[in-house]
Design a protein around this ligand. Structure first.
Ligand SMILES: [Zn+2]
Length: 341
């Protein structure tokens, strides 16, 4: 089968790879209907994460089950499924509390064959995968794929920030996760949603997803602008969807005393000092989003056409042109690139 391999920063190739096989009785093999390039794939692509050996890329997936191991009971061949970037049993105490990305049996997907390929192996299939009620119409596939990571991550950011009725929510970051955090805040009933972005096309999508205000300023100026819009207090809920020192500081600074920051950008060299939280009365909650917690609800909203998160994909390419997809995202010519195997 064909699959994407990163050999070094900036060096992405589509190669012939061995077909995945069932290794554990709890595995499933799926055929990807679509896959995509993640903002987090850009960290190694830009050399910010080391690439010490060829990496099989991709951790976002939606597709049809082809084969299941002997211990898989609920997932069946022929079903269309969506799963998260961490496999989880969905039965341990941590999973049942809604933190499947910290499952005691969790496995990071992509390490033994990534999702940017024609087929992939999914461990702990019964716990990890959620089947759609029936085979979805083709136009729903991008939205179902978005549920696998960017929608689920933005959603967790909004839940962690306690977005809801009567709340003013600010979103730091205008990548796919930040934009879908706007959509999540809207769905969760937020009264006012401030999107922080200086890119016209991303601002437009933010407004379409439910943003009521746009703030173009960054850093201290951005914080001052959010305070200006909120009677000097700051937002009740702030979603941090970047993962840098500057964005985290901006998120904490834009939150009112007693407010909540939901941080879901993968952190890179971020330091939070005691005074940042002691003197501000800000709650911090975040981490790798337990997407699995939200998947049943997100799938229902998508198949009933209540939300259309697939709109974040503004470039679609055949899998064989993955290298161009990475370039387009790296140069910010595309918000998010969908790859068709
Ligand atoms: Zn678990």
């Amino acid at each position: 089968m064909r699959g994407v391999v990163m050999h070094a920063p900036g060096d992405v190739r589509v190669e012939d790879l061995p077909d995945p096989v069932i290794k554990e009785p709890t595995d499933a093999i799926i055929r990807l209907a679509a896959t995509c390039v993640c903002g987090s794939d850009l960290w190694p692509y830009r050399g910010a994460d080391a690439v010490t050996e060829p990496l099989s890329m991709g951790h976002e997936y939606a597709g049809v089950v082809e084969e299941v191991g002997s211990a898989v009971t609920t997932i069946k061949p022929g079903q269309f499924v969506v799963g998260s970037f961490f496999a989880s049993d969905n039965t341990c105490e941590i999973c049942r509390a809604g933190y499947q990305t910290s499952c005691v049996h969790r496995e990071v997907l992509g390490t033994s064959g990534g999702a940017q390929a024609e087929r992939m192996r999914v461990p702990l299939a019964d716990g990890t995968l959620v089947a759609t009620p029936s085979l979805p119409d083709a136009d729903l596939v991008p939205s179902l794929l978005a549920a696998s990571d960017v929608l689920g991550t933005g959603w967790f950011g909004a839940v962690a920030a306690e977005a809801g009725p009567g709340k003013t929510v600010a979103v730091v970051g205008d990548g796919a996760v930040g934009l879908l955090a706007v959509l999540a805040a809207k769905q969760l009933g937020a009264e006012r949603i401030i999107a922080m972005s200086r890119h016209a096309s991303r601002q437009q999508l933010a407004v379409k997803f439910g943003a009521t205000d746009i703030v173009e300023e960054r850093g201290e100026e951005g914080v001052a602008r959010v305070k200006e819009l909120t009677g000097g207090l700051g937002a009740h809920s702030v979603i941090e969807a970047v993962g840098t020192q500057e964005s985290m500081r901006q998120a904490i600074g834009a939150t009112r005393p007693g407010g909540h920051v939901g941080f879901v950008g993968v952190l890179h060299d971020v330091e939070i000092k005691g005074d940042d939280i002691f003197m501000t009365h800000v709650h911090l909650h975040g981490g790798p989003a337990p997407v699995r917690r939200f998947l049943p609800e997100l799938i229902e909203l998508i198949v009933n056409r209540v939300i259309d998160p697939g709109e974040v994909f503004d470039l679609e390419l055949p899998l064989d042109q993955a290298a161009e997809g990475y370039r387009a995202m790296d140069e910010r010519r595309a918000i998010k690139v969908l790859l068709r195997p």
